[in-house]
Design a protein around this ligand. Structure first.
Ligand code: C2E
Ligand code: CA
Ligand code: CA
Length: 559
């Protein structure tokens, strides 16, 4: 039906009044526009045109289907319809694509009635893009590690929760620790350390599938949550590839370094388990991998868990023993001068009389104490106790005390020595510390400094367990040892193995050439003793000469 002349006139009148309003609406700084019932724009201000990136003519004439993506159009229309229907001021957050890309805005619509009774919507656009971006950024930061861009612990936690909530979930959690990262950091500085972390993160990300989660937990600790290990690659495979990725050379600014990784794995297949327990198990497995010499992976088992619980129990009991001093004893094993047949000194060896387990030997608890840091306190207790006891011996012989590499590297050994000497009144010339060569390599400059400060106190230093570690001859040039102790394993084999015999001979010759004493450890038989005497060894220690005893025995068993 054609429109009546009256209707046409009314329409023209309305258009004319909108034209008059143009100047008014253009003065509004917020993007603002007016739409009619059929979603047609009838008025739009300059600010809105520049926001959308189109001219006023385009905005008013063209169908908006050409200007905005279809899903956005549908959203606008639905919101328009709702506003027309309810008449409420409607704050609706919508995505609007401008000429440069996708942004977010809040559009506030309000229905108005004109004099002629027709209804329109007035929309004013409030740009909240910046706020939304800031929110997205802080959400990102809350769930990602800034250095690598990897998910962080919080995000890993979420992924684990999601994974475990699926009944059929057969995945795996890997805890990965870089080996020797601290050395790289200390030697080349933190920026180079950061580079290494970034490079490893990207190598790790290449190993897993998109559905898996690679996270950085902090420092040199990473985790991988495998979402589905029922197909290749399985957890073993991922572990092997991770070990290779970590062992490959890292070419960093000004340095090429080699590290390695230790991995603890727990498989989730079919076990109802809470995330924190899963994480604890991965930790237990990781501890085992490190304990087994690093550079390997270990899968969680109940047996490993029992060991972990045993370790924790030992730590707790050791804490009690250290607090009260009860149950701890120092025993003394003699060292004999081979040519004179006289006892020349004693090595202090720690013994622990446990309230329920009976006697616990150092091999069982020293490494546990080293891991927990309790060794620092333990070594001080042994040193002080042994110095006090030795000061009261009937014969003023030499006292040797074992010092853990941990104490040497992280403790303040010279101060600890000074305290023990002061407290006991022991003549420093009678005291000797036994250290293993491992302590010298981590930071040779610092080790040499500590070495000199100990020697300045008048205390001697012996190299323990010679032959089983790196056995670099360079140490003898750098560090002025007073004594070298040949490891028991060579002595026990020397009668049967010409190779062991040859190594013992070489160590003796080295010591004689350097004019330092050389002790054969673990001498158990007359034949071993005779052979050592023939080879020119200066001192012997072992069950043949005497076992460790609470009260030192000044008479050797052989003579
Ligand atoms: P080590 O320093 O090499 O001590 C020698 C170990 O060999 C002692 O074991 C000793 O009892 C044992 N031994 C001595 N002669 C013989 C022998 O003829 N045959 C055999 N089979 N063994 C012999 P122990 O007391 O069990 O100590 C083991 C290790 O624990 C020590 O090795 C030392 O590394 C560490 N350790 C012991 N006491 C202390 C301590 O007070 N502080 C620290 N940091 N470590 C300690
Ligand atoms: Ca020793
Ligand atoms: Ca030894």
């Amino acid at each position: 039906m054609p429109a009546s002349p009256n209707a046409i006139r009314a329409e023209e009148h309305k258009v004319a009044s909108f034209a008059n309003m143009q100047a008014v609406i253009d003065a509004i700084p917020n993007p603002t526009f007016v739409k009619d019932r059929s979603h047609r724009l009838v008025l739009i201000n300059a600010s809105a045109c520049s926001l959308f990136g189109h001219s006023r003519e385009t905005m008013l004439s063209r169908s908006h289907v050409d200007l905005f993506p279809e899903d956005q159009m549908r959203g606008f229309h639905a919101a328009d319809d709702l506003a027309f229907e309810t008449g409420r001021e409607d704050e609706n957050e919508e995505e609007v694509t401008d000429s440069t890309g996708r942004v977010r805005h809040v559009i506030t619509r309000k229905r108005i009635a004109l004099i002629d009774g027709s209804e329109h919507l007035v929309a004013s656009v409030n740009d909240i893009t910046a706020a939304r971006e800031a929110e997205a950024r802080s959400r990102y930061l809350a769930f990602h590690d800034t250095l690598t861009g990897l998910p962080n612990r919080a995000m890993l936690q979420e992924r684990i929760e999601q994974g475990l909530s699926r009944k059929t979930h057969s995945g795996a959690l890997l805890y990965i620790d870089l080996d020797h990262f601290k050395e790289v950091n200390d030697t080349y500085g933190h920026p180079v350390g950061d580079e290494l972390i970034q490079e490893f993160a990207s190598r790790l990300s290449e190993i897993v599938r998109a559905a898996d989660t690679v996270a950085r937990l902090g420092g040199d600790e990473f985790a991988v949550f495998l979402s589905d290990t029922s197909h290749d690659p399985d957890a073993d495979d991922v572990c092997r590839r991770t070990l290779i990725a970590a062992a490959r050379a890292f070419k960093l600014t000004g340095a090429q370094v080699f590290v390695g990784a230790s991995i603890g794995v727990v498989l989730t297949a079919g076990i109802p388990i809470i995330p924190s327990e899963l994480q604890r198990r991965a930790d237990v497995a990781l501890y085992q991998a490190k304990n087994d010499g690093r550079g390997c992976f270990r899968i969680f088992t109940e047996a490993l868990d029992d060991r972990a619980k045993h370790r924790q129990a030992i730590q707790a009991d050791l804490r009690d023993a250290l607090a009260t001093g009860s149950g701890l004893e120092v025993h003394y094993q003699p060292m004999m001068d081979i040519s004179s047949g006289e006892i020349e000194g004693f090595e202090a060896l720690l013994r622990w009389q446990h309230p329920t387990r009976g006697r616990v030997m150092p091999d069982e608890f020293i490494s546990i104490a080293e891991r927990s840091g309790q060794i620092i306190e333990l070594d001080e207790w042994v040193l002080t106790t042994a110095c006090i006891e030795a000061a009261g011996w009937e014969r003023q012989l030499r006292l040797s005390v074992n010092i853990s590499p941990i104490e040497f590297a992280y403790g303040d050994l010279p101060s600890m020595l000074e305290r023990a000497l002061l407290k006991s009144g022991l003549d420093p010339a009678r005291l000797e510390l036994e250290i293993t060569e491992g302590v010298l390599i981590e930071d040779p400059a610092q080790a040499l400094d500590t070495f000199k400060r100990i020697k300045a106190l008048g205390v001697q230093i012996a190299l323990d367990d010679f032959g089983v570690g790196y056995s670099s001859l360079g140490y003898f040039r750098q560090f002025p040892f007073d004594k070298v102790k040949i490891d028991r394993s060579f002595i026990s084999e020397m009668l049967d193995s010409s190779r062991a015999r040859c190594i013992v001979q070489a160590a003796i010759s080295l010591a004689l050439g350097l004019k330092i004493k050389v002790v054969a450890e673990g001498v158990e038989t007359e034949q071993q003793f005779a052979l050592l005497a023939e080879q020119g060894c200066t001192q012997a220690q072992g069950y043949l000469i005497g076992r460790p005893m609470q009260v030192p025995q000044f008479q050797p068993r052989v003579a």
